[in-house]
Every structure is written in C-alpha cells, then in structure tokens.
Design a protein around this ligand. Structure first.
Ligand SMILES: [Zn+2]
Length: 166
C-alpha cells in the first residue's frame, strides 16, 4: 500500500520535465529543501553527462596524444571530492559527473591526465610531461583550481585563447 509505506530516504523521480522529490516524515523543511536542491543538481548533471560520450572522447584523445587506449571510461555520480580516477591495472577511468558541466577543453584535460596514468601510475615529472602534451593543460589546471576555490562557476564558458575571469 502506497500511503502507508514508511519512507526512510529522500527519493527523487523525474516526471516529464519536473523532479518530484519525496521526504521522510522526520526531516525538517529546511533540510528537505537542501536535499531537494542537491538531488536536482545531481539529476541535472546526470542528464548532462548522458549527452557526452566520455569513452569516445578519451579514445580520440589517446590517439591524438600518443597515450594508451583505455579499456573503459565512464561517468560516476559519487565522486564529490575528486575530478576523476584511474585504475592502471585494468585500464579503467572514472570521471565525476560534475565535469559534465565544464567546458569540453577542461574535460579533455582531465581525461588526458587520467590517460597519462596508464603509463605512469603516480604523479611526478614523467606524468606531468605526458599531460603537457595537451595544449591547454596549464589553463585547464587553473580553471579547475578556480572551481575548487569557488572562484568561478563550473559552467563558465572560457574557450582556450581567452583569459579566464576569476
Ligand atoms: Zn592523477
């Protein structure tokens, strides 16, 4: 029975264009609002991410920059503190769905960084040298640092060749 079922978690369902969010009874309105915003943001990212074929992008970058071809590249939703990760042993790469919102040249930088881990698993001069084959590496690093510091909006468009406003 629907009406009598006890709800334990926040649930979100996309109904057409609208996100319907349900809450457990113990949750305060203020907490519910925060949770709803978070869910809406997650949902938006997932939709954005689905429009980007991150695996095809990574294969193209691997070819272009002489890096190994990854076995799998996929978006993940549960990576809040890191942008991406790589497991060299099975050549798999996971990319935070947060990056669906950044300009393509920044996403590509992150992919090249992870692809370079297929050659050099750790950070260091040899890894950096591979990453710097990507022409916008320095600029993309700046962009991501600014996002981390809250200095710039994730979705701010700043094509290479133009200054990134703080
Ligand atoms: Zn790394």
């Amino acid at each position: 029975m629907r009406g009598t079922r006890r709800r334990k978690y926040v649930e979100a369902v996309l109904v057409g264009e609208r996100l319907r969010v349900s809450f457990p009874a113990w949750m305060s309105m203020a907490d519910a609002r925060v949770a709803a915003d978070e869910l809406a943001e997650r949902m938006r990212r997932r939709v954005d991410a689905e429009t980007i074929d991150v695996a095809a992008r990574a294969r193209r970058l691997a070819r272009a920059h002489g890096l190994p071809r990854p076995a799998s590249v996929r978006w993940v939703d549960n990576m809040e503190r890191r942008w991406a990760s790589c497991t060299p042993v099975d050549a798999s790469i996971r990319v935070s769905a947060r990056l669906a919102a950044v300009p393509g040249w920044v996403l590509d930088y992150v992919l090249v960084h992870e692809l370079a881990h297929l050659v050099v698993p750790h950070h260091g001069p040899r890894h950096a040298e591979l990453v710097d084959r990507y022409p916008f590496a320095e600029r993309a690093r700046g962009f991501l640092v600014a996002v981390d510091l809250g200095l710039c909006n994730l979705a701010a468009e700043a094509p290479p060749g133009e200054a990134i406003a703080g």
